[in-house]
Design a protein. Structure first.
Length: 243
C-alpha cells in the first residue's frame, strides 16, 4: 500500500481546463481525441517526447491509430508540430485553445481554397498517392502553410508535385522550392510554366508573318512558297489531369 502511494505521488498530476471539458465536443473532438490530448500533455509536462508509440502503449491501441488521430489534429487546426531537432517533435495545442476562446464550433465542410478550386484534402491526396505513403503531421503542417502563409495556388501545387516526382524528388522542401521559383518568375498558371519551359528549350514561335529562329532567313534559291510550306512549330499546352 505504501509503495502504491509513493508511486501515485511521484507520478505527479496533469491538469485540464474545465472550459475545455465543457466544450471539447463543440470543437469537433471526440472522447478518444480528448484522451490523446491528455496523454500528450502528461508526457510533455514530464519533459518526455510524446511519440505516438508511447501514447499508443498507454492507451492500449495501435500506433497507427494514434498517428491517424494526430494527423487529424493538424488538419483540423487543433495543433501544430514544432521540430526540435534530432527527430524530436513538440505538439503545440495553442490553436485548439484559440478556437475555444473564440467560441468556434466545428465545421464539417472542407473549404476550397483559391481560384484553382483545389481543396487541401485534394492536394494531400495527390501527395500521398505520389509518395506512396500517408503524410506525417509535420508534412501536413507544411501544406497548411502553403495555403495560409505562402498562399500558393493549389493548381500550381499539384503541378509542382508532379514536376518533383518527374525529377525523382519526393520532398516537400523540393516542391516548395519549385513553387517559390515559379512565384519569383511570375509564372502563375500551368500554361505559363509550359511556355517558359519551351522558351528555355529554344522552341521558335510565329510572330505575325515572320518566324523567330536561330537563322537570319531562307537560304538563297529557296522560294517564298517553299518557306511558307514549312511546318510551323507548335507549342504544347499543358493540361492538368483531373484529380
Amino acid at each position: 500500500m505504501e509503495e502504491n502511494v509513493k508511486s501515485l505521488l511521484s507520478a505527479g498530476s496533469t491538469s485540464i481546463h474545465n472550459y475545455l471539458l465543457l466544450h471539447y465536443r463543440d470543437l469537433g473532438l471526440d472522447n478518444d481525441d480528448l484522451v490523446i490530448y491528455l496523454q500528450i500533455s502528461r508526457l510533455q509536462g514530464q519533459g518526455d517526447q510524446a511519440s505516438p508509440q508511447l501514447v499508443a502503449a498507454t492507451m492500449k491501441v495501435t500506433e497507427q491509430a494514434v498517428s491517424e488521430r494526430l494527423k487529424r489534429f493538424v488538419q483540423q487546426d487543433w495543433m501544430t508540430v514544432q521540430n526540435l531537432g534530432n527527430r524530436q517533435e513538440f505538439f503545440d495545442f495553442t490553436p485548439l485553445f484559440d478556437k475555444l476562446l473564440k467560441g468556434q464550433a466545428a465545421s464539417n465542410e472542407n473549404p476550397v481554397v483559391s481560384a484553382g478550386e483545389q481543396s487541401r484534402r485534394q492536394v494531400v491526396r495527390v501527395l500521398q498517392g505520389e509518395f506512396g505513403r500517408p503524410l506525417s503531421p509535420m508534412e501536413l503542417q507544411t501544406i497548411h502553410q502553403w495555403f495560409d502563409v505562402e498562399h500558393f495556388d493549389p493548381n500550381m501545387m499539384v503541378l509542382a508535385i508532379r514536376e518533383a516526382i518527374a525529377n525523382n524528388a519526393r520532398s516537400l522542401r523540393y516542391i516548395e522550392s519549385i513553387l517559390i521559383n515559379w512565384q519569383k518568375a511570375n509564372l502563375t498558371s500551368p500554361q505559363a510554366v509550359q511556355l517558359d519551359k519551351e522558351r528555355r528549350r529554344g522552341v521558335s514561335y510565329e510572330t505575325g508573318n515572320r518566324r523567330k529562329t536561330g537563322t537570319s532567313g531562307p537560304s538563297r534559291g529557296q522560294t517564298t512558297g517553299q518557306q511558307g510550306n514549312k511546318k510551323k512549330p507548335t507549342v504544347p499546352i499543358f493540361k492538368l489531369d483531373d484529380l
